[in-house]
Ligand binder design. Sequence first.
Ligand code: SF4
Ligand code: SF4
Length: 342
Amino acid sequence: MDEKIISRDDLLKICQDVIEKGNTLLTPGAADYSVVKDVSKIDLDASALPSKISYKSYVFPRTEPVLYYKRSKNDVQLIDVNIDSKKIVILGAKPCDANSLNIMKHLFNWDYSDDFFNMRAKNFIVIGLMCSQFDEYCFCTSVGSSPVSEKGSDIFLIPLDANTYALKIITDKGKEFISPYNGHLKSGDENRSKRITENVKLPETAFDSSEVYEWLGENFESPKWEGVGNLCLSCAQCAFVCPVCHCFDIMDEDYSYTEGRRMKNWDGCQFGNFTLHASGHNPRDIQSKRYRQRVNHKFRYYVNKFGEILCTGCGRCSRGCPVSIDIKEIVSNCKNDQKELK
Ligand code: SF4
Ligand code: SF4
């Protein structure tokens, strides 16, 4: 791994060049990752909590057409969509967001290779930023990550002081991105950045994910799911803010009798009609079954299928839940017979 030092001024010059070349530059704010127009306003704050929404929609949009169609009397013509695939640079991705594309890519390349996801993901450059702050909802350390994890970043920044960063080149993609700007980089001192990362305060480990995996396998019918099922409103806010939830629905929208488009729209397993069959039967007809599905999918089924937990521990779903359901508490309390799940 190659470690360098870069000043804030030089980092902003790189950002300016990224924008002038017609690429999209995103940075996190309190609400969202937003497109940067004025680099002087970039505030790379390692002590900020995760934004309310992750950058998932830039690789997997909330809604998008996947094809257009035209009907004539005896034929249907299908018209491909041009996939928007310009380079997107994410500057200052939280470690709990940086690895999200790596986790989701399994699903989008499992039984079918999704060109929409893959082309955009290929054009992403993730510049991660060490995280120096956590709240009661964060649990990255319980799902195999940490505030100093470089997983998923192409380049990783560690603030050395208010105006200087250690810059680690993690991937070949990161190397290729930064090479035109090598003139802005100075030799790094790994000991200095190591002292900083070793002293970062870590969120306490809340649960052992392998024990949770075992418990879920043995307690599918546990009455404990009723508690959280009675509380949950089925609003699916938790899925929409999640950096790795990826359910979608496909719907045809007719403009007229002869023309229309096929849309891919975000969906959520907490909605009551998510598993409603055309026959009227619904295998997840009550909310406790749907919440059980959410936890099993994240901590057991995805592990079985792809060897990864479908959760980065960012805590967004809990921070935003209108009835204060906290996934960290739910998962931590699974095994505890004295505690209800709510
Ligand atoms: S857990 Fe909270 S955010 Fe998620 S569906 Fe239930 S009420 Fe909505
Ligand atoms: S399930 Fe919740 S804590 Fe886990 S990644 Fe999604 S939003 Fe973050």
